[in-house]
Ligand binder design. Structure first.
Ligand code: HEC
Ligand code: HEC
Length: 190
């Protein structure tokens, strides 16, 4: 009798203890940066996919293909001001065959004054850049999410036309991790 009561008491203590620990883990503020950092790393892997990098290069020339070769035909940020708009070849829809220009509404790359470089940025550096209004086009965290959720150039990366890979994460999971990162205060990996 005594033994059974002891065991019941011990089981109860175990359950209470587990519940307390679970509640603690859920609310512990120390966990937030780690969750946010993990979310950022998933987002970073998408930003570094060829489809995104090709329009967010380090230099002034857009890239193409899976390896980021320089765009042919002297196309660059400055070829636009020299009178060769991207839209003269890139239409609002993809060309039908491999090697034909991909297309989406208002095809362009970021302007020279706000180049939004993703290429060759470490997770820590790109994370810091993305939350710096002086280097992110004046966007808040909500503005970043909004851009990625609704911009046709971002959406294009999942419908890139024949012969081009798509990012490993879906657009939905990109938005999910970006939302988590922002809600955790946009922490950056060390
Ligand atoms: C003279 C025609 C022409 C002009 C002008 C042009 N492009 Fe292209 N672009 C192409 C063609 C053709 C391809 C496809 C190359 C391939 O996939 O083999 C291409 C591919 C690309 C890609 C590669 C997409 C990918 O992920 O593989 C990007 C990015 C790109 N262009 C950006 C631009 C930007 C930005 C501009 C304006 C600054 C521009 N292009 C102007 C013809 C042009
Ligand atoms: C055809 C070119 C093109 C492609 C492809 C492209 N982008 Fe962009 N991206 C732009 C341009 C242009 C801007 C600047 C838009 C503006 O400020 O109005 C931009 C801005 C952004 C911004 C805002 C940057 C900041 O620091 O605030 C983010 C985030 C972004 N792009 C993410 C992506 C992601 C993710 C992908 C791939 C899934 C992608 N882009 C593919 C052209 C492109």
């Amino acid at each position: 009798m005594n033994g059974a009561r002891n065991m019941a008491a011990r089981a109860l203590a175990f359950v209470v203890c587990t519940l307390a620990l679970t509640a603690l883990a859920r609310t512990a503020p120390a966990d937030a940066p780690r969750r946010g950092e993990a979310a950022y790393l998933v987002m970073h892997s998408v930003l570094q996919s060829p489809r995104c990098l090709n329009c967010h290069p380090q230099g002034d020339v857009p890239l193409h293909g899976e390896e980021g070769a320089s765009h042919a035909m002297h196309v660059s940020r400055s070829s636009v001001s020299a009178g060769l708009p991207c839209g003269s070849c890139h239409r609002s829809q993809n060309g039908n065959s491999a090697g034909s220009p991909p297309g989406a509404p208002d095809w362009r790359m970021p302007a020279a004054e706000m180049p939004l470089v993703f290429q060759s940025r470490t997770p820590r550096d790109l994370c810091a850049q993305l939350k710096d209004p002086a280097r992110n086009g004046g966007r808040t965290g909500a503005g970043l999410i909004e851009h990625m959720a609704h911009d046709p150039l971002v959406a294009w990366a999942w419908h890139p036309g024949p012969g081009r890979s798509v990012p490993k994460e879906s657009l939905e999971s990109l938005i999910r991790v970006a939302t988590l990162w922002v809600s955790e205060g946009m922490p950056c990996p060390p």
